[in-house]
Design a binder for this molecule. Structure first.
Ligand code: SF4
Length: 237
């Protein structure tokens, strides 16, 4: 159990919100953790940056969170912050996610908000690669730091448009599928080394037909327009 581990590996947290509608799909239980080293300009929660400035996530907090999730009207849990993938949080985040999966299987989903990008977490040479085993067990990752200049109050589930709401089971280190697009049956490709790879069923409703094609960069936006995609969907970095 995560609250039994070495003290320096246990989470500190700020809040457990039991009827959250802002941090993920449906009604959710959201745990706001302490600890973030992204220091984004315009961050709304700078008090969460210090990984030990919060309440120790003890057995009572754990039970409180699990009981709150265990209602039919709750779709799942969201781990936010702070950053659940702050080095001080990774160990406990992984334990919590594994434990949650064992308890609720796929009946409840898991969303994680992190200031790291998908690419950073998949970079074998990065010290942040160790968060990857946790990723394999979650449903949605909202990635990247908050960028004040890209802030958009109408952007769904994230604060700035560089952040992506990624369907984890559908994505891999070469292709990212956005959560909403997965629902619509539109899969998104990704710019790779100056070329754009599509691996996508491009019709609605979802098709089993997979199209794989590589475009020259100058043709990408014409192709996107033809398919009704928005150029802004590519401006991730
Ligand atoms: S990642 Fe989130 S919590 Fe961390 S500094 Fe950026 S906005 Fe604040």
């Amino acid at each position: 159990m995560l609250f039994d581990g070495p003290r320096e590996k246990i989470w500190y947290y700020h809040d457990i919100v039991k009827d959250d509608m802002r941090n993920g799909n449906g009604l959710r239980v959201t745990i706001f953790l302490a600890g973030c080293n992204h220091y984004c300009q315009g961050c709304h929660n700078p008090e969460t940056w210090d990984p030990t400035n919060g309440i120790l996530f003890d057995e009572a907090a754990y039970n409180e969170a699990m009981e709150a999730v265990d209602h039919d009207y709750i779709q799942g849990v969201t781990l936010s912050g702070g950053d659940p993938f702050h080095p001080a949080n990774r160990y406990a985040t992984n334990l919590f996610v594994q434990d949650f999966r064992k308890r609720f299987h796929t009946k409840k989903d898991i969303w994680i908000y992190t200031g790291y990008t998908w690419e950073q977490l998949h970079d074998k040479n990065s010290p942040d690669y160790d968060a990857l085993n946790t990723l394999a067990s979650i449903d949605v990752l909202v990635d990247g730091p908050f960028k004040k200049e890209l802030a958009d109050v109408n952007y769904h589930w994230a604060g700035s448009t560089n952040q992506r709401v990624i369907s984890v089971p559908k994505s891999d280190d070469h292709n990212i599928v956005l959560y909403e697009d997965e629902k619509k049956g539109i899969f998104q490709g990704k710019l790779l080394s100056g070329r754009f790879n599509f691996t996508s069923p491009l019709v609605i409703p979802p098709s089993t037909e997979i199209e794989e094609k590589t475009f020259n960069p100058e043709d990408v936006f014409t192709e996107l327009e033809r398919r009704g995609w928005k150029e802004s969907m590519l401006k991730h970095k």
